[in-house]
Design a protein around this ligand. Structure first.
Ligand code: FAD
Ligand code: UDP
Length: 400
C-alpha cells in the first residue's frame, strides 16, 4: 500500500478483519435492531453486544459503515472523507478512553483560513486576522480587545446567530466572515438562525490560530472506517448494508429498536417534514503535491458557490505526489446532514420527541434522531449515556 500510495511519513493501514456482513434474507432472532451504522448506532451496538451479550443487527441504507464519518483511500491513495472533513476534538477523557479501545490516534490541530478581500486570514478571527485584514499593528491581547470593542455593536439580548457576531466584532467583520457563509451554508440569514450556530466559532484577541480549543485534538490513526470496523467486529453483531430498515422490518425479529435516522421519517412525517440541510461534495484528485496551506479554506463570499475546500493530506500527514481535495456546495436537496437550529424547527421536533417518548420499545439517538447539531464526540457521549440507561433498566429488572 505504501508503495502504491507513495506514502512515506504516515501509512494508513486498511483493516484486515471487520464486521460480520450479512444478507437481507438472514432470518435470525436478535435482541436489538440498530438502524444506522454511524457513531450513534455503532457505539450502542458495540456496548450492547460486549456488555450485555446481546445479539444485535445493525442496518444501514448506505453501502458502508461509519455514517457521515466514513473515510476511504481514493485512487491516489489519499484517505478522504466521503461526506466532508471530520475533525475529532473533545474535552472528555471518558470519550477518548472509550474510542481508544478501537483505534490508535494521531495528534492533529485543525487550522482554517478564510478567503476575505483576496487574502487568506485565520478564522476564528484573532489578532493575526485583524492585523492582516486592516493593516494594523495590534501587539497585545489588550490592543486587539480594545480594537474589537470599538467595532462591536451592543445587542440587548443575544438571540440569533447575527446577534452573537455583531455584538463581538461589529457589522463589517460579520458581513465579511459570517453573513455570506451562513446564508450559503444554511439557506437562511444568520438573523433567522439560533445563536448556537455561529457561537460555535469563538473570537480571539491572541494569535492562537487553531480552529478548536479542546483538550483532545486527535484523529484516528488509520481513519474512522478502520475504527468502526473494530467497533462492529464483535461476534454478536451482524451488519446489513445497502438496506432501508423499512423494507426488511417485517422479516426481522428483534425486541428493541435503536433508531439513529431522521426522527420525522420514523413517524412517517406525521406532523410534516423536519428541515435538514444537505451538501453536495465534489471530490478531486490533483496532479500536484500541494493545493492550499492548511486543511480547510473557507469562502464566505456570496460570489463563490461553495463554502469551503478541504485538502486531506493535512489531516493524515500522508506524503503523496498527488493531492485530494473536496468542495462543499450547500443544498436543500439530498441526504440530511444538518438539523437546522431555529425556534420553529425546534417546536416541530418537540412534537416528534413526544411521540418518541411514548414509543417504549425504541431508543432514539444521534444527530438526526434527536435533531441536534452535535459533533462526533457529543454523539458518542449521548450514545454512551443511552447505553447507561438501558443498563440501569436491565439491572433493575434483574433485581426485581
Ligand atoms: P450519521 O453518521 O448520519 O449516521 C446515521 C446513519 O443512519 C447513516 O449512515 C444513514 O445512512 C443511516 N440511516 C438513516 N435512515 C436510514 C434508514 N431508513 N434505513 C437504514 N439506515 C438509515 N463532527 C465533528 O465532531 N467534527 C467535525 O469536523 C465534523 N464535521 C462534519 C462535517 C460535515 C460535512 C458533516 C455533515 C458533519 C460533521 N460532523 C463533525 C458531525 C458528525 O458527522 C456527526 O456528529 C456524526 O457523524 C453523527 O453520527 P450519527 O450516528 O448520529 O449520524
Ligand atoms: N461560519 C461562518 N463563517 C466561517 C465559519 C463558520 O459564517 O468562516 C458559521 C456558519 O454559519 C457555520 C457555523 O458558523 O455553519 C458553524 O461553523 P462550523 O465550522 O462549526 O460548521 P460545520 O463544520 O459544522 O459545518
Amino acid at each position: 500500500y505504501a508503495r502504491m500510495a507513495g506514502l512515506v511519513r504516515e501509512s494508513i493501514k486498511v483493516p484486515t478483519a471487520g464486521p460480520n456482513i450479512v444478507k437481507a434474507h438472514t432470518r435470525k432472532k436478535y435482541d436489538y435492531l440498530v438502524v444506522g451504522a454511524g457513531f450513534a448506532g455503532s457505539v450502542l451496538a458495540e456496548r450492547l453486544a460486549s456488555q450485555h451479550d446481546a445479539r444485535v443487527l445493525v442496518i444501514d441504507k448506505r453501502p458502508h459503515i461509519a455514517g457521515n464519518a466514513y473515510d476511504h483511500l481514493d485512487q491516489a491513495g489519499v484517505l478522504i472523507h466521503q461526506y466532508g472533513p471530520h475533525i475529532f476534538h473533545t474535552n472528555s477523557d471518558e470519550i477518548v478512553d472509550y474510542l481508544s479501545k478501537f483505534t490508535a490516534w494521531r495528534p492533529y490541530e485543525h487550522k482554517v483560513l478564510a478567503e476575505v478581500r483576496g487574502k487568506l486570514v485565520p478564522i476564528p478571527i484573532n489578532r493575526t486576522t485583524l492585523n492582516a485584514l486592516f493593516d494594523l499593528d495590534l501587539k497585545t491581547d489588550e490592543d486587539a480587545a480594545a480594537y474589537l470593542a470599538s467595532r462591536a455593536e451592543p445587542v440587548a439580548e443575544i438571540k440569533t446567530s447575527e446577534d452573537v457576531v455583531i455584538s463581538a466584532v461589529g457589522r463589517e467583520l460579520y458581513e465579511l466572515f459570517f453573513q455570506g457563509y451562513t446564508r450559503k451554508q444554511w439557506g437562511i440569514d444568520p438573523s433567522g438562525l439560533d445563536k448556537a450556530v455561529t457561537a460555535r466559532i469563538p473570537t480571539r484577541t491572541n494569535t492562537d490560530d487553531r480552529y478548536f480549543g479542546d483538550k483532545h485534538q486527535i484523529m484516528p490513526k488509520h481513519g474512522y472506517t478502520a475504527m468502526f470496523n473494530r467497533m462492529l467486529e464483535h461476534p454478536n453483531i451482524d451488519v446489513l448494508l445497502s438496506t432501508d430498515y423499512k423494507d426488511v422490518m417485517s422479516e426481522i425479529d428483534a425486541g428493541h429498536i435503536v433508531f439513529t435516522g431522521p426522527i420525522d421519517e420514523f413517524f412517517d412525517f406525521r406532523y410534516g417534514k423536519l428541515p435538514y440541510r444537505s451538501l453536495r461534495f465534489e471530490h478531486k484528485i490533483l496532479d500536484k503535491e500541494n493545493f492550499q496551506p492548511v486543511a480547510v479554506v473557507n469562502y464566505p463570499s456570496p460570489q463563490v458557490p461553495y463554502t469551503r475546500i478541504t485538502e486531506y493530506k493535512h489531516l493524515t500527514g500522508q506524503e503523496n505526489d498527488k493531492t485530494s481535495i473536496t468542495y462543499e456546495y450547500p443544498s436543500a436537496e439530498g441526504d440530511p446532514y444538518y438539523p437546522i437550529p431555529r425556534a420553529e424547527n425546534q417546536e416541530l421536533f418537540k412534537k416528534y420527541e413526544a411521540l418518541a417518548d411514548a414509543t417504549s420499545n425504541v431508543t432514539f439517538v444521534g444527530r438526526l434522531a434527536t435533531y441536534r447539531y452535535y459533533n462526533m464526540d457529543q454523539v458518542v457521549g449521548q450514545a454512551l449515556s443511552a447505553f447507561r440507561k438501558i443498563d440501569a433498566r436491565k439491572k433493575a429488572a434483574t433485581a426485581a
